[in-house]
Design a binder for this molecule. Structure first.
Ligand SMILES: CCCCCCCC/C=C\CCCC(=O)SCCNC(=O)CCNC(=O)[C@H](O)C(C)(C)COP(=O)(O)OP(=O)(O)OC[C@H]1O[C@@H](n2cnc3c(N)ncnc32)[C@H](O)[C@@H]1OP(=O)(O)O
Ligand SMILES: Cc1cc2nc3c(=O)[nH]c(=O)nc-3n(C[C@H](O)[C@H](O)[C@H](O)COP(=O)(O)OP(=O)(O)OC[C@H]3O[C@@H](n4cnc5c(N)ncnc54)[C@H](O)[C@@H]3O)c2cc1C
Length: 697
């Protein structure tokens, strides 16, 4: 009932090739000089070899642990190679393209990707990975990620039979048109209407106000021919609330908008390149008629006579597509975070500053304890999000199977977990990418570092598919202590337990960590509940509203507990490969103790631990950083990213950063001419004028 697209676990391969270089932007002296030969020779050196040699674990086996299976490593490897070696998928010039050029480039890449998928007869798993490595937001994301899942989840068998083959073969291109100019978070507040006309057996889709204009749907602006449109269903004079409808928007002959349809792109977005490859759109309907059978009727139907019939299922199943996408956004968080961390770790091992006594070598910035304390928790978080993403994917699959069997008992749990994990992982990842930029110093601010674009592409994840605050408040309103909330059943124990930790090493005990996190989450939730009932003398909703800032923090504590728990469970499993389990154990402890240190106020205020125990946790954290240090580069190598996918001169596998930075600068359009355009118009007259003034003095 909730079926979406495939939930293929994705993975990546190791270094494959460096970004393609264009020679024509280089200044003439660089093309023939000894300097150029020197650069070439340098490129064959692995500047990170010494770092790789200190790793105390089997990197190939860690790749398997990260990707999920040997098969996953292998498939990802092939797809990443395919993309990296194809010039059409070049992306190193992306931030220099105009919006129109960028959009056309996206269309070209999508078409080429599809051609390769068909030619090579790729499986769904392979095709998903290929698209991931193309790494450019575009209409296909919404076509496969939301349009197809919406039809699968909310369409009847007949509707699926009719529409899915068209979508699978790209005979139609679809998007997900829910959000409007006036309402996004409040889905029940949407204004677009779908009024049933029994005379013609049609729905009339209409945008009654400016604020009812659909606004934001990706792929709508320029590419889509169809949309799943969410509108208020009105029949027999009654408003039955929000339902989904398949609506054709553009001609399949010449792509012009159909009569009554007004649509376009909503305009440029944050950052250069980045999400501007996507045609987020605006759409208005002027009494557009569609056949009755284009209402998605799996959950509820309108009969030929206009009678509304709701199947005996929870109405929230309408939100199934959002739940599906939210769980994939959690998996994506670990991808984005691991990319940023990979860049920052490798560059921090290459970059040297200070520490040189009498001409000796300077210190790698990765050796500074402050760099480690900022970077290693992010490395640990990337692994933590990967494993909790896998678990969430399992939960989603499990709930979907239960729903097929008309068992709705875990629906609320799935909604709460996907909403909460989506909110926490995307917020942390967005902040972490920015932190990685700072960890790379000035060079991190260059587009060629890959970090500005990664940040700009990533930050809207905190907003789309549910604003993070709105989603955390959903979690906070959850009621039953089931599934991940089961620890709340231990309320009496957790309200009064005292941590037994008496040395820094005691914090390596997973039971000690688990107990502290459970007690903190539970006590924060109980405090909120008490405060709400005190604040709300008349109504619970008023108290909820009043205490919502505290509720947010309690929701975050609950989600952090889930992430820690799933990491601990992962480490308890059998994990093959020399030293792999030990490294994951260390990262798990880094993640948990870092969160404990960062939110020490919560742990102390709720009396879960004492100030001394907090200090011991921090002491242990320092020791763990020292343990991670010799393995850091190998731990990011295990993500198995190609240089093409990373798209960063700072994160190159070979660490040959400086020649690459130098060379990259010359590719900027500003360097196409030695004397800039505008010199004769503005600079020369200015200089000459000043010279003239001076000469008169
Ligand atoms: C591999 C594929 C990946 C492809 C991804 C591509 C990425 C492309 C990039 C971007 C795509 C972005 C797409 C979008 O943004 S689409 C638009 C998304 N919009 C939102 O997310 C809106 C957010 N708002 C909501 O979800 C809801 O309105 C709400 C805020 C959660 C609910 O509000 P409210 O409680 O007022 O409303 P309701 O009356 O509707 O609901 C009440 C009860 O229902 C429960 N509920 C709510 N949502 C769900 C759900 N999803 N599942 C199950 N149950 C749900 C809620 O808890 C209430 O329950 P109760 O028991 O308390 O009655
Ligand atoms: C890049 C991008 C792509 C998108 N793609 C699509 C798409 O393909 N299809 C589609 O339909 N939509 C899409 N959207 C829209 C997206 O889903 C919405 O923007 C999102 O759900 C947030 O809703 P909003 O814009 O109404 O924010 P608002 O709800 O207006 O949020 C504004 C502020 O109000 C706060 N707020 C709102 N309600 C509450 C509350 N109850 N309690 C406390 N604080 C509150 C929020 O936290 C936020 O700080 C996209 C958006 C972006 C940015």
């Amino acid at each position: 009932m909730w079926r979406g697209g495939s939930n293929t676990r994705t993975c990546k391969r190791r270094f494959f090739s460096s970004p393609t270089r264009s020679r024509h932007h280089r200044p003439p002296y660089m093309l023939h000089s000894r300097g150029s030969q020197h650069l070439k020779a340098m490129a064959e050196v692995d500047h990170l070899a010494a770092e790789r040699a200190t790793a105390r674990f089997d990197v190939e086996e860690m790749k398997v642990a990260w990707a999920g299976s040997r098969h996953a490593v292998h498939v990802a490897d092939r797809m990443a190679r395919l993309v990296a070696s194809d010039p059409v998928f070049r992306k190193d010039n992306r931030t220099m393209l105009s919006r129109k050029e960028l959009f056309k480039d996206t269309l070209r890449k999508a078409a080429h990707a599809w051609k390769r998928i068909v030619e090579l007869r790729l499986t769904e798993e392979e095709a998903d990975l290929l698209r991931q490595y193309v790494d450019q937001p575009g209409y296909v994301d919404l076509h496969w990620g939301m349009f197809v899942p919406a039809i699968k989840g909310q369409g009847t068998e007949e509707q699926q039979h009719k529409w899915l083959p068209l979508a699978y073969k790209f005979q139609i291109i679809g998007c997900y048109a829910q959000t409007e100019l006036g309402h996004g978070s409040n889905v029940q507040g949407l204004e677009t209407t779908a009024t049933f006309d029994p005379k013609t057996d049609e729905f009339v889709i209409h945008s009654p106000t400016l604020t009812s204009s659909k606004w934001w749907p990706g792929g709508l602006g320029k590419a889509s021919t169809h949309a799943v449109v969410y509108a208020r269903l009105i029949t027999e004079g009654k408003d039955y609330g929000i339902h989904g409808f398949i609506v054709q928007l553009r001609s399949l002959e010449d792509h012009s908008p159909l009569p009554g349809v007004t649509l376009g792109d909503i305009g440029g977005k944050f950052g250069s390149g980045a999400y501007n490859s996507m045609d987020n759109g605006v759409l208005r309907f002027d009494h557009v008629r569609i056949p009755r059978d284009q209402m998605l009727m799996r959950l509820s139907q309108v009969t030929r006579e206009g009678k509304y019939v709701h199947s005996n299922v929870p109405k929230q199943l309408l939100y199934g597509t959002m739940v599906y996408v939210r769980q994939s956004i959690v998996a994506d968080a670990s991808k984005a975070l691991s990319r940023a961390v990979c860049i920052a770790v490798r560059y921090s091992a290459v970059r040297k500053q200070f520490g040189s006594q009498d001409g000796g070598p300077e210190t790698q910035v990765l050796n500074y304890k402050t760099q480690q304390s900022r970077l290693f928790p992010l490395l640990a978080s990337a692994y933590a999000f990967r494993f909790v993403g896998d678990w969430l994917n399992w939960l989603y699959t499990d709930v979907t199977q239960k729903l097929e069997a008309k068992d709705f008992s875990t629906l609320q749990e799935a909604h709460a977990c996907t909403a909460g994990l989506k909110a926490v992982t995307t917020s942390v990842t967005a902040d972490a990418i920015e932190e990685c930029r700072k960890l790379c110093g000035g060079h991190g601010y260059l587009n060629s570092s890959g970090l500005p674009e990664l940040f700009a592409v990533y930050v809207p994840a905190c907003t789309y598919e549910g604003d993070n605050v709105v989603l955390l408040l959903q979690l906070a309103s959850g009621k039953q202590p089931v599934g991940t909330m089961a620890y709340m059943g231990k309320v009496q124990y957790l309200m009064q337990c005292k941590s037994a930790v008496s040395s820094a090493e005691d914090w390596l005990n997973p039971d000690a960590i688990q107990e502290a996190f459970e007690a903190r989450a539970l006590r924060m939730a109980v405090n909120c509940a008490q405060n709400i009932s005190q604040a709300a003398s008349q109504e619970e909703a008023a108290g909820f509203y009043e205490r919502s800032p505290d509720l947010l923090e309690a929701a975050v504590a609950h989600i952090q507990l889930i992430i820690v728990t799933k990491f601990i469970e992962k480490v308890h499993q059998e994990i093959p490969g020399h030293g792999v389990k030990e490294q994951l154990q260390a990262l798990c402890n880094v993640y948990a103790l870092y969160i404990l240190h960062k939110h020490l106020g919560d742990f102390l205020a709720t009396g879960c631990i004492t100030p001394r125990q907090g200090a011991l946790a921090n002491e242990q954290l320092g020791k763990l950083y020292a343990q991670v240090r010799p393995n850091a580069v190998a731990l990011v190598d295990a993500f198995n990213y190609t240089d093409h996918y990373l798209g960063s001169v700072l994160g190159r596998y070979d660490g040959d950063v400086y020649p690459a930075l130098y060379e990259e600068a010359w590719k900027d359009p500003l360097n196409e001419t030695v004397v800039p355009e505008g010199y004769h118009e503005y600079l020369r007259p200015l200089i000459k004028q000043q010279q003239l003034k001076l000469s008169r003095l």
